[in-house]
Design a protein around this ligand. Structure first.
Ligand SMILES: Nc1nc2c(c(=O)[nH]1)N[C@H]1C(S)=C(S)[C@@H](COP(=O)(O)OP(=O)(O)OC[C@H]3O[C@@H](n4cnc5c(N)ncnc54)[C@H](O)[C@@H]3O)O[C@H]1N2
Ligand code: MOO
Length: 420
């Protein structure tokens, strides 16, 4: 094995520039509507039809000719002859002629001849049901949903790049579309290195620890539109690591995330193996925590496979995922590179000093609308991640945020149900 870290830590932004230059979002695939929510639309959708496609009643009442009720007043009600009933599934087939009305239910097609719906509440029906009278006019278009009022045929209803929401899928289906083109989901391989690791559910002996990074990553990756398709646990052994990297080259995957073995310890072989078998672009990033994070490429038959070396410490693993790996997955998935968290601003309750030249990721709680950095700062403390409401970032050039500085807090909870 060659020498350990010898170069200065790379800037995260420089690594991201290379990634954007060398990697394109994945190709599109057609999915059925029931698989579309949460996927990224690959092409804009143009409405093939108008919605509604026929004029519809917005209220229960009577479809009438507005001109018939022009003179209606409490003193001189207008009486019309009732000719039939229009239901949503059973349109009334005739034409509403002068002096006539058709009872109509909400959602039913407005029959020919009628141009307004007089509400049921404004009507008085004769005992035999043959006539109906109105005490006030109903202007043209009243309680009628016109053709194209919701969507006009030819209109762009959803732009390319949209992460489809449930209501977007409802619109697609309402327009008669049963599938749509979406960006293929990046397929991710997790390569989990560490001789001390036992899989989730196995009771560790002394010296062993449970692999908690795999569940962490398996839960984070779908948030960014990726799919974990392979998980491989490998002891800290360069021969087995080389074998695992070779295996990665045979798999139908788009990204490799390696957990552990990224640093300078005697058994941290991942950077060297990556350098040997591909290209190690960065060994160490100017970030804190997760400084040992590495990045590089494997070359699979001319196609570049990005490889992120995530530090083994759980907090560092999460930070390296959020700042680098998650961004690569979102880029491939056609999503924004911005952090996907809900954000809020809050003043810092106490001052915060930060090392120069490193982007710092700080765990924080929101208390009484103030951002309170956590006391527990260890890179192996999973409970600190659980206790935190979110994090804020301190840019490379900042060394001090005095108390009261307004920081942007990225919240771990994705829905804003939480009350602070
Ligand atoms: N001399 C130096 N030593 C270290 C440096 C350094 O710059 N110089 N950096 C430290 C930092 S910062 C970190 S972070 C760690 C990163 O180390 P590795 O990526 O090589 O990770 P490991 O040594 O394999 O593990 C570190 C720690 O995390 C535990 N671990 C590993 N994998 C998992 C997992 N899947 N689930 C839960 N916990 C895991 C592992 O047991 C170790 O306790 O290096 C420092 N050292
Ligand atoms: O990245 Mo390490 O977790 O800073 O200790």
């Amino acid at each position: 094995m060659t020498d350990k870290r010898t170069t200065a830590p790379a800037l995260l932004c420089d690594v991201m520039i290379q990634i954007k230059q060398r990697l394109r979002p994945l190709e599109s695939q057609e999915v059925l509507w029931d698989q579309a929510a949460g996927r990224v639309l690959a092409q804009a959708i143009t409405a093939p039809v108008s919605l509604p496609s026929f004029p519809r009643a917005a209220m229960d009442g009577f479809a009438v000719r507005s001109s018939d009720l022009e003179a209606a007043s409490p003193e001189q009600p207008c009486q019309l002859q009732v000719r039939g009933v229009a239901y949503p599934a059973r349109p009334w087939p005739g034409t509403v002629s002068v002096g006539t009305a058709v009872r109509i239910m909400t959602g039913a097609a407005i029959p020919e001849g009628a141009d307004t719906v007089a509400m049921l509440e404004d009507s008085e029906v004769s005992a035999d049901g043959q006539f109906v009278s109105f005490r006030r006019p109903s202007p043209p278009g009243r309680h009628v949903i016109a053709v194209g009022e919701d969507v006009r045929a030819g209109q762009v209803v959803l732009p390319a790049g949209r992460v489809l929401r449930p209501q977007d899928v409802a619109l697609l289906v309402a327009l008669g579309l049963t599938s749509c083109p979406v960006v293929r989901q990046p397929r991710v391989m997790l390569l989990v290195s560490g001789s001390e690791l036992v899989p989730p559910g196995v009771i560790p002996k002394v010296g062993e620890i449970v692999d908690s990074n795999t569940p962490l990553l398996q839960a984070l990756i779908p948030r960014d539109g990726g799919q974990v398709v392979e998980v491989l646990r490998v002891p800290d052994d360069p021969v087995l690591l080389r074998q695992a990297f070779r295996q990665a080259l045979t798999k139908d995957i788009d990204v490799v995330l390696v957990s552990g073995g990224s640093s300078t310890g005697d058994e941290d072989f991942c950077p060297c193996v990556l350098a040997e078998m591909g290209e190690l672009v960065a060994q160490g990033l100017a970030i804190r925590p997760a400084a040992p994070t590495g990045f590089g490429w494997l070359n699979r038959a001319g196609t570049l496979l990005p490889v992120v070396l995530l530090p083994g410490n759980p907090v560092a693993c999460l930070v390296a995922y959020e700042l680098l790996a998650g961004r690569i997955i979102r880029h491939l998935a056609g999503r924004s590179l911005d952090l996907p968290h809900c954000q809020r601003t809050a003043p810092l309750r106490e001052s915060w000093s930060s090392p120069p030249g490193r982007l710092e990721w700080v765990r924080v709680c929101i208390e009484q609308n103030q951002a309170v950095p956590l006391r527990q700062r260890g890179a192996s403390s999973i409970s600190s991640l659980v206790a935190a409401d979110g994090f804020f970032l301190v840019p490379e050039e900042v060394t001090l945020y005095p108390a009261g500085t307004i920081v942007t807090v990225y919240l771990f909870d994705t829905l804003s149900g939480q009350q602070f």
